[in-house]
Design a protein around this ligand. Structure first.
Ligand code: TRP
Ligand code: SF4
Length: 327
């Protein structure tokens, strides 16, 4: 039996951080064996909100892809490509736009949220409204059965399914696959300050941070506010450092709880132990990334190979869609 297909994408809007690893990348790495995976750099999607500074996007592409490779995405197993290099995304985007009612897009909760949250970005635009339609074209081009996404993306997936059904109904031909969400059951990893980990809050540890910044960032994290002296009994459940242990060193969490609640170790030492653990995790990947960036041609080759493989599939699907419509 042939493998089921997965497509997922990430917008190249800056450095990748621990949140990307926990929320998406680690999952992608694990899915590679079981599924035929297409991993896409969603640069058009990034430009929909960052169109004023396109250089940030273009600079992030190679940087992000080298993180993917360094953290375990295998170009021999998975197709790695850049959305804007495969023209078919825009062609199918156009076709799907025909049959997507404006109401579906205006009602989309992510659209309303982003318009309210990203006031400085001026995303009250024609293209941004169509964000989920382009995402639907990404998914349907490869006839993906599953799309690994976080909960925030569920409305987009539902929209994609509705668009697929409408296409099939209108042209009376089953060209696409109705994709299903592969919900990642990930522990939530907050930013260093307890808010959502995000580039715009500058509260993240990047996947390629050096030892010194990792140390600094962790040492500045707020712990249990009621624990002032080492002798005070701590409350791990309100401590962000503890939640990081839970995500990155689950096997140690019990021990940490014990030394925290029993006031056996102070926060400085507790952080120091975690810092060493995190550095042990990040350092080898960071070195690998540095090696990749030294031979950029290798990365360009991977992307051009990925583009060819993606295009081979995508062009077939577009041809089928056009045929179904008789154009
Ligand atoms: N919208 C996704 C995000 O912000 C990125 C994305 C673009 C995507 N196209 C996709 C994710 C297709 C899954 C499938 O995270
Ligand atoms: Fe947090 Fe560790 Fe301090 Fe407990 S000992 S409050 S878990 S940093």
């Amino acid at each position: 039996m042939s493998k089921k297909i997965i497509l997922s994408g990430m917008r190249p809007t800056g450095k990748l951080h621990l949140g990307h690893w926990v929320g998406a990348l680690s999952n992608w790495v694990n899915l590679q064996k079981q599924y035929k995976c297409f991993f896409m750099v969603a640069d058009w999607h990034a430009l929909m909100s960052e169109y004023k500074n396109p250089s940030v996007i273009t600079d992030s592409i190679i940087d992000n892809v080298s993180d993917w490779l360094a953290y375990g995405i295998n170009p021999d197993e998975s197709v790695i490509f850049v959305q804007s290099q495969v023209q078919e995304h825009l062609e199918l985007f156009m076709i799907l736009s025909f049959l997507t009612p404006l109401g579906w897009l205006f009602r989309c909760p992510t659209f309303k949220e982003q318009i309210n949250q990203l006031k400085d970005k001026e995303i009250n635009t024609y293209s941004f409204l169509g964000y989920p339609v382009l995402q639907a074209s990404d998914i349907t081009l490869y006839k993906a059965h599953f799309v690994p996404v976080g909960e925030d993306q569920l409305p987009h997936l539902e929209l994609c399914r509705e668009i697929v059904r409408r296409f099939h109904h209108l042209y009376n031909k089953e060209v696409f696959i109705e994709p299903q969400a592969l919900l990642t059951q990930v522990p939530r990893l907050s930013g260093l300050d307890g808010r959502k980990m995000s580039k715009s809050y500058n509260n993240y540890i990047a996947l390629d941070d050096d030892d010194k910044s990792i140390k600094n960032k962790i040492s500045n994290m707020v712990t249990d506010p009621q624990r002032i002296k080492k002798e005070d009994n701590g409350h791990p459940d309100v401590c962000n450092v503890y939640s990081y242990y839970n995500v990155f060193a689950k096997e140690k969490a019990f021990e940490v709880r014990d030394w925290c609640t029993g006031a056996k170790k102070g926060c400085v030492e507790c952080k120091k132990i975690f810092t060493d653990l995190l550095i042990d995790f990040i350092a080898p990947h960071r070195e690998k990334k540095r090696e990749f960036l030294k031979k950029k041609d290798y990365i360009y080759d991977i992307l051009s190979d990925g583009t060819n493989k993606a295009r081979a599939v995508a062009s077939k699907t577009v041809a089928e869609a056009r045929k179904a419509m008789g154009i």
